[in-house]
Design a binder for this molecule. Structure first.
Ligand code: ATP
Ligand code: MG
Length: 243
């Protein structure tokens, strides 16, 4: 089956910085693909390009067999790509319900319909009891959960999650993993940037590793941690080679 997302030769330059320098990866329908790599590897830039927040300098992004590279953010969202941001974009002065309603407006132009859909997602994500709380009053874990709820409210086929577990306690991480499993059960395809391999190992079907803007590994999670190229990208070259 054709993958839901096919990224080929994706490049992005910021002036003289080559943030992405030929990234290739696929996300198979219904699976969770983990996207990992050292700080500055280009993971968030790849998400920005896929979601239409940044215009790629080159390469191809096919979503549901349609080329989307360079399409505007709202068009990509309408086709079915949802995302969260590494730096949470919680609307500080909106309530939880209002924030999720803004996402739901994409497919439900009538506010009452959007609100009803948002209410469903608050129940699904475990935020119903906090529906009237202001964004800025939330804990980090709830802000991240709210980001996921708002992205889900746009009814994505593909959900891009950028470090949604960063800064969470182990118990909060377990809750987040449980939510991820329920999102997959709904049939949503997930690509997830995550630094902690222990979190990814049991839930990812597939792992893609990027370093310095290039794909250096694609395969099973258990193989990624044994791959010499991946280990070197994280730890640097062996001492004897460096001297
Ligand atoms: N808007 C921008 N303008 C200039 N340079 C940028 C911009 N966004 C990212 N970069 C640079 O592009 C490279 C890739 O950054 P990116 O944020 O995609 O990495 P990352 O893999 O998400 O890292 P992290 O794990 O720290 O989140 C870095 O060198 C970064 O400094
Ligand atoms: Mg990042």
């Amino acid at each position: 089956m054709t993958p839901l997302l096919e990224v080929r030769g994706l490049s992005k330059r910021f002036g003289s910085v080559r943030a992405l320098d030929g990234v290739d990866f696929d996300a198979a329908q219904g699976e969770l693909t983990g996207l990992i790599g050292p700080n500055g590897a280009g993971k968030s830039t790849a998400f920005g390009c896929i979601a239409g927040a940044m215009r790629p300098s080159g390469g191809s992004i096919r979503f549901a067999s349609q080329e989307i590279a360079g399409l505007a953010y709202h068009r990509v969202a309408r086709l079915g790509v949802g995302r969260t941001y590494q730096i949470v974009q919680t609307f500080a002065d909106m309530t939880v319900l209002e924030s999720v309603t803004t996402g739901a407006l994409l497919r439900h132009p009538r506010v009452a319909d959007a609100r009803a859909h948002a209410e469903e997602l608050l129940a699904f994500t475990g935020l119903a009891a906090k529906r009237d709380r202001l964004g800025r009053m939330l804990t980090i874990a709830d802000k991240k959960r709210l980001e996921v709820a708002r992205a889900l409210a746009t009814e994505p086929k593909l959900l891009l999650l950028d470090e949604v577990m960063a800064g969470l306690t182990p118990a909060e991480c377990r809750d987040a993993v449980a939510l991820l499993r329920r999102i997959l059960e709904r049939g949503v395809t997930v690509v997830m940037v995550e630094h902690v391999m222990e979190v990814l190992m049991p839930i990812a079907h597939h792992v893609v590793v990027i370093a310095a803007g290039k794909t250096i590994f694609s395969g099973a999670p258990a193989e990624a941690v044994r791959d010499p190229g991946v280990v070197a990208a994280y730890l640097g070259p062996p001492l004897e080679a460096a001297s």
